[in-house]
Write a protein that binds this ligand. Structure first.
Ligand SMILES: NC(=O)c1ccc[n+]([C@@H]2O[C@H](COP(=O)([O-])OP(=O)(O)OC[C@H]3O[C@@H](n4cnc5c(N)ncnc54)[C@H](O)[C@@H]3O)[C@@H](O)[C@H]2O)c1
Length: 284
């Protein structure tokens, strides 16, 4: 039986990583609004604590904590005997991520390594530690990973980021395969362009008008759009959903010429440019 959305997560305890900003902060707010008690983790400890204070001021239960997910010891600490997650963990939203764009021929190795370290290895550490904790507590649980539409849609200049998110999407599918026997579900959300700190630069100088015009719903994502999908996957309304990679992108992946383009008749040139620079907006 489905409960009312307002109380769907009453009594549940959730961890959200990358919760200081953007999609993670909106997700923490949404899970709290649906009744969950939330631990917000982020490399930006002050930011996580600030969002937690806002949630508490609004009547929710939340704690902000520091965690650089590329450090396995800091990830382990999230579940230590001193942690509010010690005795209960129903929901883990492994959301923290990082990316930079640049031509494949020029990607510096440190950028490639950091992209994989934060997005793949860091998210693996969070998911493995959360799953081990859920298994030891014996109550099952729901793990939701923030992948990207870039996991399924090749985006020029995003080779590192798209490869990392594709790896995550497959990791989630295998997690669902192995963890089902413990009543742990594992799913991924694949956001399209969502207006957060991560996309500020891309959406400047006409980028916003372009991405809106190229999205079937005529707008970019808002962090709250992604948070709503995460809340669905986290709760019992998704009790029979595991191993899913859910696009939350306003249909943009179904119709996507990509963010960067070039004239392929020009040979041996680095002439990639934002498509909005080649595109002139007509009247809305
Ligand atoms: N914004 C988009 O268009 C978009 C699209 C697809 C996927 N995503 C994914 O959504 C997730 C959230 O991104 P966002 O758009 O809200 O961006 P954001 O920059 O607002 O938030 C990312 C958060 O992750 C945190 N973080 C970065 N490295 C970390 C680390 N090593 N350990 C812990 N926390 C760390 C940051 O401090 C920040 O609070 C990311 O995984 C991102 O890849 C975003």
């Amino acid at each position: 039986m489905n409960s009312s959305p307002a109380a769907r997560l009453a009594g549940r305890v959730a961890l959200v990583t990358g919760a200081a900003s953007g999609i993670g902060a909106a997700t923490a707010r949404r899970l709290s609004a649906e009744g969950a008690s939330v631990v917000l983790a982020d490399i930006d400890a002050d930011g996580a604590k600030k969002v937690a204070e806002e949630i508490t001021a609004a009547g929710g239960e939340a704690t902000g904590t520091a965690c650089d997910q590329t450090d396995p010891d800091q990830v382990e600490d999230l579940f230590s005997p001193a942690s509010p997650l010690r005795d209960r963990l129903d929901i883990c939203v492994a959301n923290a991520g990082w990316g930079r764009f640049g031509p494949f021929l020029e990607i510096p190795l440190p950028v490639w390594r950091k992209t994989f370290d934060v997005n793949v290895t860091g998210t693996f550490s969070v998911c493995q530690a959360a799953a081990r904790h859920m298994v030891s507590l014996g109550r099952g649980g729901s793990i939701v990973v923030t992948s990207s539409c870039g996991a399924v849609n090749p985006v020029a200049l995003f080779a590192a980021y798209c490869s990392a998110k594709a790896a995550l999407s497959m990791m989630v599918t295998v997690m669902a395969y192995e963890l089902g026997q413990y009543d742990i579900r594992a799913n991924a959300v694949l956001p399209g362009v969502t207006e957060t700190a991560m996309t500020n630069a891309m959406l400047a100088d006409g980028g916003k008008a372009y991405t809106e015009a190229e999205s079937p719903l005529g707008r970019n994502g808002r962090p709250e759009d992604i948070a709503a999908a995460v809340a669905f996957l986290a709760g019992d309304d998704a009790a029979f959903v595991t191993g899913a990679n859910l696009l939350v992108d306003g249909g943009a992946t179904a119709f996507s010429p990509g963010w960067f383009g070039t004239d392929f008749r020009r040979r041996h040139e680095t002439a990639w440019m934002p498509r909005h620079a080649q595109w002139s907006p007509g009247p809305a």
